[in-house]
Design a protein around this ligand. Structure first.
Ligand code: SF4
Length: 388
């Protein structure tokens, strides 16, 4: 495929630009994981680095430079320090140093001083560490990848090397986990004094070990229990002085994840690596989720894009509302109306949400109330198809 000029819907222009890099390597597979990931070996890593360079050559960003960058996976931290520097340079040579934020996900077991120092030298500003739980029994239930000792050692090292922002991820509603254990996990994570906390309700992704247990009736889904865990989370975070800024995300002032915020606001992002998704050049698409197929496509000069959807203002407006309402600040209807050329002041569904106590109007903004946040998925479903 030859380079083609990016086409943009009028509402896409001048929105921030992010890059998401998917690093597909993991040392073992976690029971709950639905991401594309494979075991790492030297040959695979070398071909992956070569693929990243080739893919970047096929992305025509014109004169655009990156605002944010996020390396996720997989386990980006499994790459040796020298390889991280090579990949980082390949991206920044092509698209410039991200002007606002550069996040790299690390697993506690992959955190090493030389890697952190390489990332710092490359310009990384934010480390996100998936600790999952601070309870040994629950780490086992998740298919343990690290010990408590490794979590503390890795966290101290990250702080010692010194990054602007440090995030820790927790998982909740793990089978057999009690509400008190969840509260203890949140308190324990906050006691580390991170800048940001992300929390994920355990989901049962198809083809995972946990999904098979669900089908066998060995574990079950309990929405009431999940709701209690959400409430417990909000209470504990508030007590710890952390501000919730999105359904699952909390931060100290000035430490919200800008890459994710730009994504929720339907800006633009380029996905690089197998299974990475993009919203770029007029379409939303995903790279083929297989290292070999991705490389074979690049050999032919093609990015292997699947699930391609042509963007239009209706779709972007709808998703701006669905994802924007998951943020505590809500959506600025005047701004969105201007961006998409629509009058959003008299929408019956918004009035209904306000009447039912699920949303409130604050100046030109509409935002969910705590009651609305508990049913944010249902609010999103109600919005689906309303503006397309
Ligand atoms: S480390 Fe992360 S990406 Fe890898 S298997 Fe576990 S959850 Fe999935």
């Amino acid at each position: 495929m030859s380079k083609s000029k990016p086409k943009q819907a009028s509402s896409e222009q001048e929105t921030p630009l992010g890059l998401y890099l998917h690093v597909p390597f993991c040392s073992t597979s976690c029971d709950f994981c639905g991401f594309y990931q494979i075991q790492s070996d030297r040959k695979g890593i070398l071909s992956y680095i070569d693929g990243v360079k080739r893919e970047l050559e096929l992305v025509d960003a014109g004169n655009r430079k990156l605002d944010t960058m996020f390396w996720g996976g997989g386990t980006p931290g499994l790459l040796p320090a020298a390889d991280m520097l090579k990949v980082g340079a390949a991206i920044t040579d092509e698209l410039g140093m991200p002007s606002q934020e550069w996040t790299v996900e690390m697993a506690p077991s992959s955190v090493k001083r030389d890697k952190l120092e390489a990332l710092k030298e490359a310009g990384v500003t934010r480390i996100s560490m998936g600790i999952q739980s601070l309870n040994e029994r629950l780490l086992d239930a998740l298919g343990r990848q690290h010990s408590l000792k490794q979590i503390h050692k890795a966290y101290d090292l990250i702080r010692e090397v010194g990054f602007h922002s440090v995030n820790v991820d927790l998982i909740f509603a793990i089978p057999t986990q009690t509400e008190e254990e969840w509260r203890a996990d949140v308190r324990g994570a906050l006691a580390l004094e991170p800048d940001h906390l992300s929390t994920y309700c355990l989901t049962f992704e198809e083809d995972t070990a946990l999904f098979i247990k669900l089908q066998q009736g060995k574990v079950s889904i309990d929405p009431d229990r999940e709701a209690r865990f959400y409430t417990a989370m909000w209470e504990e975070a508030q007590r710890g002085g952390f501000e919730q800024y999105e359904i699952s995300n909390y931060a100290r002032p000035g430490h919200a994840c800008l890459h994710n915020v730009n994504t929720w606001k339907m800006a633009q992002w380029i996905g690089v690596g197998p299974s990475a998704s993009s919203q770029w050049a007029g379409t939303r698409h995903t790279n083929t989720p297989d290292l070999k197929d991705w490389l074979a496509g690049l050999e032919r000069g093609e990015r292997g894009l699947v699930d391609r959807v042509v963007l239009n203002d209706g779709l972007l407006l709808e998703d701006s509302l669905i994802f924007g309402l998951r943020m505590n600040e809500g959506v600025d209807l005047a701004q969105l109306g201007q961006r998409f050329g629509r009058d959003l002041t008299q929408i019956a569904l918004f009035d209904q949400l306000v009447e039912e106590g699920q949303a409130e109007r604050v100046g030109p903004s509409l935002r969910l109330t705590p009651k609305g946040r508990m049913v944010a998925d249902a609010v999103g479903e109600a919005l689906l198809g309303s503006f397309g």
